[in-house]
Design a protein around this ligand. Structure first.
Ligand code: 6GU
Length: 228
């Protein structure tokens, strides 16, 4: 059981994500829990202001240190395990399968989602979170990145997926640095396109060989960086 605590200004973004399909089943069968915390509850004024204009001027708004720090401290203190604190931020370390594997062995992960131009830098100085980015592009906030992280970690939890080793064979898991091979299902022929003959003849050694070669070929073409 791994507990995620998500600190966000927009908890409703997570509703559909948490209540459908594989993730819903994993939560219902106790593989993980996700607690949403609305950071606005830690605002200090009557208008529930969480952000303010940046010192020095410029566009956008900055999330206030005196709201965010007490919020994190309160959520952290609400459970015996302090947990690993992760700030979703485009300035962070690039998220990958290895980092997901290191998260999957934790008891508790606290995910801090930013909005606007980000957090007052003193949040980082005081709380020393691990900053994580999901790639080199800009999102409106950390919520979608937090969902990416939760889903990637959830797939690694024992028994969370129906088929017991379907995650071990995934692209990018430890011991597999190749892209997945091409897959086909019925019909055998569609608009003149045929399923490769090897996949139809029932020879499992040959099928395995075809798939390995297909994986290697696709990786060479599309992601040569994975082969080095
Ligand atoms: Cl974690 N946050 C935002 N706002 N943008 C991103 C990101 C995170 N990762 C990639 N782009």
């Amino acid at each position: 059981m791994i507990q995620f605590d998500v600190l966000t200004l927009f908890p409703l973004i997570f509703d559909g994500f948490l209540s459908e399909s594989i993730l819903k089943n994993a939560i219902e069968s106790g593989k993980l829990s996700v607690q949403l915390h609305n950071m606005r509850n830690w605002a200090t004024d009557k208008h529930s202001t969480m952000d303010d204009r940046p010192f020095g001027g410029g566009p956008g708004m900055v999330l206030k240190v005196d709201c965010v720090v007490p919020c994190v401290e309160s959520v952290r203190g609400g459970c015996g395990v302090a947990g690993r604190l992760i700030m979703l931020s485009p300035q962070g370390r690039k998220f990958d399968q290895r980092l997901a594997e290191s998260f999957a062995v934790e008891e508790r992960l606290i995910l801090l989602c930013g909005r606007y131009e980000g957090f007052d830098e003193r949040v980082v100085e005081l709380l020393e979170p691990e900053e994580v980015s999901i790639g080199d592009y800009v999102l409106n906030g950390g919520e979608v990145a937090a969902m990416v992280l939760i889903e990637a970690v959830m797939r690694l939890l024992p028994g969370a997926l129906g088929d017991c080793d379907s995650n071990r064979l995934d692209s990018f898991s430890s011991g597999n640095r190749l892209l997945d091979c091409a897959q086909y299902t019925r019909p055998r022929e569609y608009r003149g396109l045929n399923v490769p003959e090897t996949l139809l003849n029932g020879n499992h050694a040959e099928i395995e060989k075809w798939r390995n070669e297909n994986s290697l070929q696709r990786t060479k073409l599309r992601r040569p960086d994975l082969l080095n």
